[in-house]
Design a protein around this ligand. Structure first.
Ligand code: NAP
Length: 466
């Protein structure tokens, strides 16, 4: 009886995991997707509880409590810290897989018939992927959180890639030997663990902070693959399915991010992207034109079409509610307002969509980059709110720029550009933005929330006149 209950719970959970990913494709169904994922995970845990011969339930209950104690505070982090929070989740996933593999390997030393070549292979894959995901994800989270003793810039040294790959090959070589003689060569297991832990650190060291979100997504896929291997070790189909979904979605997300930045995987993993930033961040001598909120409000009032380009600065300032108020003020004046969404604006895919949805901006006003760009030349005013790299025209023509080739939102093609940011400091790629020095661009310096709030006040103050 309990066999059918467990299999039934796993089957429904698998279907819900797939539906969850499908629903998360669209902002309209995303909440349903999250709910489906939660229900699926609950069913998976309950199914495991019911599995005959499973470790005493008290261990699982204890683990659930520890999970809650760590997970609940982690969920309180601000949206801007979600990439590093996600990396910490992957670190735990990788650690769990690595530990399960280690436990099984040593448990089965006393029952060698269980250590078939296939199972040993799965254990080795699980342990290598799990432990490298653990240390790699911790390093990635540390870099993004700007932890003091972890350098942000890429750390490179001669023969780095060769020595890193060599290290991995030694671990894989030990693993292959273990597959043939899992008991006699058991002494090779600890070196595999140590090499995998070291490889995770060394993999992340040469990657700059700017590429961390892509790397985190890639680590997500490693964690998923280690879960697949764990599923084979434990003979658990649900783990194989959920791990495969996790692994493939992480990989697809990394590919989407690489495409949106016009970068290749090898460039992200071995390109030491942040080093270019150091050279490129040279002080600028040109001056940008300033505008006041009063003047900017007047310009906005006269427009028939306004395109708002949100970026990371809007997230930092948590300006989305003010942006909603501005949207309402402009709509009242029958001005057409659209939001131009760049696929890598902010620090994670969908960052801007989430923030704008939080402020109840209608989804149909959020226009993808490729659809909004043809309209830019007919746009009266483009209002850039805390975006920088994603509107930098250097990406189109400056071959020496680290963002050369990255598709951008053509803010420079609008009739007039208003840009809100606190200073002339560069964005994530660490390079100056020629848009801010362009003939038709006016800067509104200040925190995005305060400046947009000022614009709203100006418009509200003037509303009696219109
Ligand atoms: P960005 O290039 O990082 O620029 C953000 C700008 O916001 C900065 O220039 C900053 O200037 C301004 N800012 C910060 N805090 C602010 C505040 N409180 N008020 C007003 N302005 C503020 O951001 P982006 O244009 O959104 O581009 C995203 C970058 O991240 C791209 O380089 C992209 O490749 C990279 N990236 C994104 C993802 C992703 O999935 N989204 C993944 C990997 C990499 P001030 O300091 O002068 O205010």
């Amino acid at each position: 009886m309990s066999f059918w209950l467990v299999e039934g719970a796993y089957l429904v959970a698998s279907a819900l995991f797939i539906l969850s990913l499908h629903w998360m494709n669209d902002p309209k169904t995303a909440r349903k997707g999250v709910l489906a994922g939660v229900v699926a995970m609950t069913l998976a845990v309950l199914g495991t509880f019911l599995t005959p011969g499973i470790v005493h339930w008290a261990w699982i209950a204890g683990a659930v409590l520890v999970g809650f104690a760590i997970g609940v505070p982690l969920s309180w982090v601000p949206l801007t810290a979600v990439p590093q929070r996600t990396a910490i989740s992957h670190a735990f996933g990788g650690l769990a897989a690595g530990l399960v593999g280690t436990a099984k390997f040593y448990l089965w030393q006393g029952e060698p018939e269980n250590l078939t070549a296939f199972r040993t292979f799965a254990i080795v894959a699980e342990v290598i992927l799990g432990f490298l995901t653990f240390t790699g994800s911790l390093m990635a989270a540390g870099k993004l959180q700007e932890v003091r003793f972890i350098p942000q810039r890429p750390v490179t040294y001669p023969l780095q890639n060769v020595s890193n790959i060599g290290l991995l090959l030694v671990a894989v070589g030990c693993g292959v030997a273990l597959v043939f003689k899992p008991v006699a060569l058991a002494f090779l297991f600890p070196p595999i663990v140590v090499l995998a832990l070291a490889f995770g650190v060394l993999l992340i060291i040469p990657i700059g902070g700017a590429d961390m979100p892509t790397v985190i997504s890639l680590l997500n896929s490693y964690a998923g693959l280690s879960a697949v291997a764990m599923g084979f070790v434990l003979d658990n189909k649900l783990l194989v399915i959920a791990g495969a979904l996790d692994g493939s979605s992480g990989l697809i997300l990394s590919i989407i991010m690489c495409r949106a930045m016009n970068r290749s995987f090898s460039n992200v993993l071995f390109g030491a992207f942040g080093q270019v930033q150091q050279k490129a961040g040279v002080a600028e001598t040109r001056t940008a034109k300033r505008e006041t909120p009063e003047g900017a409000a007047q310009v906005l009032e006269m427009a028939s079409q306004v395109v708002i380009v949100p970026g990371y600065g809007m997230a930092v300032a948590q300006a989305q509610q003010r942006v909603r108020e501005l949207f309402d003020e402009l709509q009242k004046r029958r001005i057409e307002v659209k939001f131009a969404i760049h696929p890598v604006a902010g620090r994670m895919p969908g960052h801007m969509n989430v923030l704008l949805a939080e402020a109840d901006i209608p989804y149909d006003k959020l226009i993808e980059m490729d659809d909004i760009n043809p309209e830019m030349a007919q746009t009266d005013v483009v209002l850039v709110i805390g975006a920088n790299d994603v509107v930098n025209p250097a990406a189109r023509h400056d071959k020496s720029s680290p963002i050369f080739g990255m598709p951008i939102i053509d803010a420079d093609k609008a009739r007039l550009c208003l840009a809100i940011k606190r200073s002339m400091n560069p964005g994530f790629a660490g390079i100056e933005n020629e848009l801010y020095f362009a003939e038709r661009t006016y800067m509104l310096f200040g925190d995005a929330k305060a400046v947009v709030g000022d614009l709203v006040k100006q418009l509200q103050g003037a509303s009696g006149l219109h």
